[in-house]
Design a protein around this ligand. Sequence first.
Ligand code: CP
Ligand code: NVA
Length: 330
Amino acid sequence: MKDHPLHGRDFLKLLDFSSEEIMGLIDLASELKKKKKAGIPHAVYQGRNLALIFEKTSTRTRCAFEVAAHDLGMGTTYLNPKDSQIGKKESIRDTARVLSGMFDGIEYRGFGQEIVEELAKYSDVPVFNGLTNEFHPTQMLADLLTVKEHFGRLSGIRFAYLGDARYNTGNSLMVACAKMGLHFTIVAPEKYHPDKALQDTCREIAASTGGSITLTEDVREGTKDADVISTDVWVSMGEPDEIWEERIRDLSPYRVDKAVMDNASPEAIFLHCLPSFHDLGTGIGREIHEKYGLNEMEVTDEVFESPASLVFEEAENRMHTIKAVLYAML
Ligand code: CP
Ligand code: NVA
């Protein structure tokens, strides 16, 4: 929006934004959510268009961008590497300049963070990171909105994350919690802890927001009295299948089960960006079951389906928060 302080900015990672700017986006998302629920139209971007590049698969992020854009009156075009020139026949730099001439904004989901940064460098229009190996910033806005809706605040909330913490979700949660003054605890074997430089950056940020960053390998200690328990899949998109065996061995002790929830605060909630392997309802889930005998992986079905689990509210909030990003930055 022309008069919004974030007008014209890219949304590539939360590290690029101040705590006030992030809170502004969360509050804007709440406002837009209320409008949507009340049936108040907000199609402020009629005649504008958004390109959606997905080099990895997606349900939530793609649908959230499409529905948010359509609610704002925009058109969308979905591109994947299979049926576009991106990467194979055309560089990211050239793609950026072509799409900038036709679209008002570009969403990109793919591999290295440097790709979305390059896309943004050569685009004349705002670029939005829909997930890279390193960061998943739109997911963070949804998670923060869900926590704020539930507890009425972000500051001082004790947020524990179990599992692979050196990939997009773990890295981004550490940044998000540091920026917004939450007490963030990573509960994982040391080799799954985030990059040391990012830890140091987040500790420095947390020191100025009243938050904190703690790393532990001990599940009981790390989840004690937590307000939020969260996790992610053990093997992320783009990682090789051969890695499952090692991940199952390393991360099974970090599965979110009833004992973990019972050790947390009695009011604790469970969050997961999804998709999740909590039963045998998926192809990969069944394959892993046949090979390793597991019925559930990073979270038990009992916790996933419990009243403490806000995963579907969190998924819905992807749309409201992505709408806030589009509304502010276009
Ligand atoms: N949480 C998330 O990004 O989901 P998708 O992979 O379905 O977009
Ligand atoms: N870490 C997961 C997140 C999915 C939304 C992945 O990258 O596959």
